[in-house]
Ligand binder design. Structure first.
Ligand code: SF4
Length: 326
């Protein structure tokens, strides 16, 4: 069985953009691959943060992931800082990675342009990412097409390390993208990708009344000014949410009703709300159950970290031996 690795920032509870874009897919993949899913808190400290807040966000993320369907009996779910080998391998990879390569990374340029003083951790972020993946010698990384280039540096580091320290036998695989049907979910403002910082999200565990209050004013096709104006579903974010949550027959019905002005946008949103409830209500119920037994969640994460460490320390043992380190 091939091994996959994927990480997620401890940004607190998941929103439906994270869920539809990545985590729902992870819940399927855990049945097909030996899966490692990591809450990457070392990555989260490259920007200013509050320690208590980080702790809370990490716990909320773990709870959301479990509620969304990650099963500790099927996958290895753990928090990055519980496995210190991540940073140990990152240091080693830092010694092989050209500075220019890191300075060229688009994400670094974007983030650094907003900071007065740029921490080295922000620059070295992709090296830690390479260490995250290669520590488990993962062969595949689930990504959407837009993220394929992010993997290239990990592949290059793997090639470089193998050529230098293990030329006779490939030690680190070159991790390949596992192209998966990820969705780019727009925020309810219909302007930009769903993101907590933009305040345009629906939380995965949000209660139905609050979701409806957000759906009601959500942006739709701007050409449907009056109830009688026909619309174009493809330009409407509500239609795309239907495609994510509603059965195919309903999606087809939505398109027809929209194009013929058979119903108004509020009717359409009511149907979407029902579809969302069918999927989200069981997730909320699971979250409630998990939150009611924090000791169990702690135990699951500790077991995940222990398993991850057993593989990580094996990798580091080999790496050190090949590099002449003790
Ligand atoms: S009817 Fe539905 S799909 Fe059409 S514009 Fe309104 S909300 Fe969007």
């Amino acid at each position: 069985m091939s091994r996959i690795f994927s990480g997620i920032q401890p940004s607190g509870a998941l929103h439906i953009g994270n869920y539809l874009g990545a985590v729902k897919n992870w819940a399927d993949l855990q049945h097909k691959y030996e899966s490692f899913f990591c809450i990457v808190d070392y990555h989260a400290i490259t920007v200013p943060y509050d320690p208590d807040d980080l702790r809370a966000r990490t716990t909320d993320m773990a709870l959301s992931l479990l509620a969304a369907g990650l099963d500790p009996a099927k996958c290895t779910l753990f928090v990055q800082s519980a496995v210190p080998e991540h940073t140990e391998l990152a240091w080693i990879f830092n010694t092989l990675t050209p500075l220019g390569e890191l300075e060229r990374q688009t994400q670094f340029k974007e983030k650094a342009s907003k900071e007065e003083s740029v921490p080295a951790g922000l620059l070295n972020y992709p090296v830690l990412q390479a260490a995250d993946i290669l520590l488990y010698r993962a062969e595949l990384v689930p990504v959407g097409e837009d993220q394929v280039q992010h993997l290239e540096l990990s592949r290059e580091i793997s090639r470089k390390w193998n050529a230098r320290f293990s030329p006779a036998k490939v030690f680190f695989p070159e991790p390949k993208p596992l192209l998966t049907p990820t969705r780019r979910v727009m925020g309810l403002d219909g302007q930009a990708k769903m993101s907590k910082s933009l305040g345009n999200t629906v939380e995965l565990l949000e209660d139905p009344v609050s979701i409806w209050e957000k759906l009601k004013p959500a942006v739709t096709d701007p050409k449907r000014v009056r109830r009688t104006d026909p619309g174009t579903p493809e330009v409407c974010n509500i239609y795309h949410l239907h495609k994510a949550f509603s059965p195919p027959a309903t999606v087809e019905h939505v398109a027809v009703q929209c194009r013929t002005a058979g119903w108004g946008c509020i009717d359409c949103k009511k149907v979407l709300h029902e579809s969302m409830e069918r999927e989200l209500a069981p997730i909320r119920a699971r979250a409630k159950e998990i939150a009611g037994n924090p000791a169990k969640m702690k135990k699951d994460l500790a077991a995940g970290a222990e398993h991850a460490r057993s593989i990580a320390s094996e990798t580091m043992g080999e790496v050190k031996k090949k590099m002449g380190l003790t």
